[in-house]
Design a protein around this ligand. Structure first.
Ligand code: HEC
Ligand code: HEC
Length: 254
């Protein structure tokens, strides 16, 4: 009887340890992205998309992002600009179907908006692309790539809901004024001109830029401006509609 009990306990113990081992195996099979997804930071991802070296402290690139950059010749920029996600995929995330479908920024490269429906491992691998033509593994850590993956998976917007084909923001300017005065005017002033973004070219404040490049400014309102004290409105808990309303009001400032 005692022997039977002992054998039974041993069998139970053995099964439990097998079960635990199999759980650990499952964990081991999880990708880096799956395992760390809950810690991924989409606000940091949005800033990395803009200008990653201002965010992760790497050295600003001096070469071109090759081989990919050299596959086009319409956009004549060189050096660090050619490494910025936005330079190829756009502030509106639709690359050559959006604002960069023409003009000096045209590359012919597609956007990343459609990619947000892909699974997180596919997005992660497409960005990092170690040893491929899109290899960011030398300048972005896995945590950086994960934050970018989170931004692409959860942070992108359909630009056509916020800015029309003529560049006019489609929001509620009255709500935007209230939100501008509580979230922006302390730094940029009630008229938007406290900080002049371009010392050479006349007054270029918030109103000027909101009209000149609404797609870019909506990105900056939502995520902040890399390397500055400017806060992210997504991070502050504002909805995307609220950010669109701020843009709409900002277009009325001159
Ligand atoms: C020099 C231009 C260039 C830069 C800079 C660039 N990409 Fe790309 N990216 C491409 C090209 C070209 C492709 C391939 C598109 C295709 O296959 O249609 C691509 C593909 C992707 C894809 C996969 C798209 C898909 O649907 O499969 C993702 C995601 C992506 N890039 C994200 C990024 C991120 C994030 C950054 C910044 C860290 C970045 N890219 C910087 C040119 C660029
Ligand atoms: C804590 C201060 C602060 C707050 C709050 C703030 N900003 Fe900024 N913002 C800055 C700084 C600093 C810069 C960078 C200026 C520079 O480098 O020339 C900047 C940059 C910008 C730019 C220019 C980006 C570019 O491409 O050069 C715009 C547009 C802008 N802010 C709009 C806004 C709006 C709209 C809000 C409210 C949602 C806001 N900011 C809130 C400090 C702030």
């Amino acid at each position: 009887m005692n022997l039977k009990k002992t054998i039974l306990s041993l069998i139970i113990l053995f099964s439990i340890s097998l079960f635990i081992a199999s759980c650990e195996d499952d964990d081991g099979d999880k990708s880096f992205a799956e395992e760390n997804w809950s810690a991924a930071d989409q606000v940091r991802g949005g800033l990395l998309y803009d200008k990653f070296w201002k965010v992760n402290g790497t050295t600003e690139p001096t070469t071109d992002f090759d081989p990919t950059w050299s596959t086009q010749s319409t956009n004549a920029r060189t050096g660090s600009d050619t490494w910025r996600c936005k330079e190829c995929h756009g502030w509106d995330y639709i690359g050559d179907s959006g604002r960069y479908s023409e003009g000096s920024h045209y590359t012919g490269f597609s956007g990343v908006y459609a990619t947000s429906s892909h699974d997180i491992d596919a997005i992660f691998d497409a960005i990092k692309d170690e040893d491929g033509d899109h290899d960011f593994s030398t300048v972005l850590s896995d945590d950086d790539v994960l934050d970018l993956t989170k931004f692409i998976k959860d942070g992108l917007i359909d630009i056509s809901l916020f800015v029309d084909a003529n560049g006019a923001a489609i929001g509620d300017s009255t709500n935007g004024a209230t939100l501008y005065n509580s979230n922006c005017s302390a730094c940029h002033g009630a008229d938007g001109n406290t900080i002049d973004f371009d010392d050479d070219d006349g007054d270029q404040g918030v109103g000027f830029l909101a009209n000149d490049n609404p797609q870019e400014i909506l990105h900056k309102i939502r995520w902040g401006h890399p390397g500055s004290s400017m806060p992210s409105m997504v991070g502050s808990g504002l909805s995307d509609e609220d950010s669109g309303d701020i843009l709409t009001y900002a277009q009325t400032l001159q």
